[in-house]
Ligand binder design. Structure first.
Ligand code: BES
Ligand code: ZN
Length: 464
């Protein structure tokens, strides 16, 4: 039987076991932001290492100061490219727990979707490539390209350990192209290749007022309140037209090329449906730009949390001693987090009122990414997605960040192909995260086809 038919048959026969593997992986509470989950993070890495070894790949754990890296590779294939597959096995915290219909680490199937933290971001998507490789190894006995799997456990907190490792492992990780599945499709039944991502600069601002909490009746009006100060400082950062007010913030922003603005305008984006999905009666953002431009190709500012003072039941007339705010800017090419930090520090210091001491910390930063459209592997990826999903992918950008993408480009000199199988209503980072099982299996098929499509070997092609 021809190889491609044997592979398809293998994928059909192993559907339920693939889903069991996914459930096993989703049961680990590998929350990288939570020190209490350290053990689970290590167990997840161990599970992946063993799974890759079970496929016949040489596989190992690489210890770091943080979460272990999982690395596995297949032998080089003369005349065929080497592909590095990156994914992340860490997940976001599941909070708020009480809003989950079923518990976040007890994967449950409802309406054809698997629900669990990490289902789409990124355990489910990442696993498609392990299963795609498995089909080759268990039927043909080898892969038509060399694969190097590099799976990390700190993506959701900025990829610090992997970033350090890249500096000393460039030779080992050398490859012709990188493949990542950690992005959404354009919509249901409309796959996409993401040719651009935003970067991020994420901060914590700590404000200290009096040494301890005070009675707001006795002291209010005479002593600076750090939460009042935080509110004023945060509000000063953006105006009513969605423009960031920090001097120099837009200095390095690469404008959206007119041709791309036209392409974005032609995408079948249904704004009314988008509003309905989010249950908001109106959208908001930077004046002069469309919703897709605002989400994908313009910078943005969001406050993620403000803490301090009294949060309990009823009222308490306290003048708090401290306030903490967490916020970030999404960045676009060619903005640099370091330059933003300098400008932000000056901006906030100038607005920090007397009686308040401030500390600003950059928790993580990464630059945006754009894939050159002439990348030689783009056409192969389009064909593979067509084989897996039955539709030609659209070429889009996305607004999220995968910090290591631009680092890969810098250290390894090759760009990333972002082939995502998720959906933008998958509830990434939110309660009830899900992943369509149909897309899981389509992703596996697209992955298996990708290795073949990337191989220039005529004999392999002809036989298939
Ligand atoms: N899978 C996402 C990235 C993503 C999200 C791409 C939405 C496209 C659309 C990734 O795991 C993620 O969430 N990254 C973080 C990185 C941050 C914590 C440094 C993000 O974008 O917030
Ligand atoms: Zn994420």
């Amino acid at each position: 039987m021809q190889t491609i038919h044997r592979i398809q048959q293998y994928l059909d026969e192993h559907r339920s076991r693939f889903e069991e593997d996914l459930c096993a992986l989703l049961r680990f509470p590998s929350v990288s932001a939570d020190p209490g989950c350290r053990e689970a993070v290590h167990q997840t890495a161990g599970w992946l290492k063993d799974h890759l070894a079970g496929l016949g790949l040489s596989s190992e754990l690489i210890a770091t100061e943080g979460s272990p890296l999982v690395y596995a590779e297949s032998p080089p294939v003369p005349g065929a490219p080497c592909v590095l597959v990156y994914g992340h096995y860490d997940v976001q915290p599941p909070d708020p727990w009480d809003q989950w219909i079923t518990p976040p680490f007890e994967p449950t199937v409802r309406d054809g979707n698997i629900h669990a933290r990490g289902a789409t971001d990124d355990k489910g998507q990442m696993l498609t490539h392990l299963h795609g490789a498995e089909a080759w190894l268990k039927t043909a006995g080898s892969l038509p390209v060399q694969l190097k799997f590099l799976l990390e456990g700190e993506e959701e907190v900025g990829s610090h350990s992997l970033s350090r490792y890249l500096g000393r492992a460039a030779e080992r990780l050398a490859c012709d192209v990188i493949v990542i599945s950690d992005t959404p499709q354009f919509g249901p039944n409309q796959p996409a290749i993401t040719c651009g991502l935003r970067g991020i600069a994420y901060y914590e601002l700590r404000l200290q007022g009096p040494a301890h909490d005070l009675h707001s009746g006795s002291f209010g009006g005479a002593v600076a309140n750090p939460i009042n100060a935080a509110a004023r400082m945060l509000a000063a950062m953006i105006d009513g037209r969605g423009h960031v007010q920090i001097p120099g913030f837009y200095q390095d922003v690469r404008p959206i090329p007119p041709i791309e603005r036209e392409e974005l305008a032609e995408l079948p984006f249904d704004e009314a449906r988008f509003r309905e999905q989010l249950q908001v009666d109106s959208l908001a953002g930077e004046a002069g730009y469309t919703t897709l431009e605002r989400r994908w190709a313009r910078p943005s500012f969001d406050v993620h949390g403000i803490a301090g003072g009294y949060q309990g039941e009823g009222g308490k007339t306290v003048l708090p001693a401290r306030a903490v705010a967490k916020f970030s800017f999404r960045l676009v090419p060619d903005q640099q987090p370091e330059a933003i930090t300098d400008a932000l520090q000056r901006f906030l210091e100038a607005r920090c009122p007397p009686g308040i001491r401030m500390q600003l910390e950059l928790l993580h930063g990464s630059t945006g990414f754009l894939l050159p459209r002439e990348n030689p592997y783009l056409a192969a990826a389009c064909r593979a997605i067509e084989a897996g999903f039955g539709r030609t992918p659209l070429l889009i950008r996305e607004g999220g960040s995968i910090p290591i993408v631009s680092e890969f480009n810098r250290h390894l000199g090759v760009p990333c192909l972002l082939l995502g199988w998720g959906l933008d209503d998958d509830n990434m980072h939110a309660p009830n995260e899900k992943f369509s099982l149909a897309d899981f299996h389509r992703g596996i098929r697209a992955s298996a086809c990708l290795w073949y499509e990337m191989s220039p070997s005529f004999t392999v092609r002809k036989e298939i």
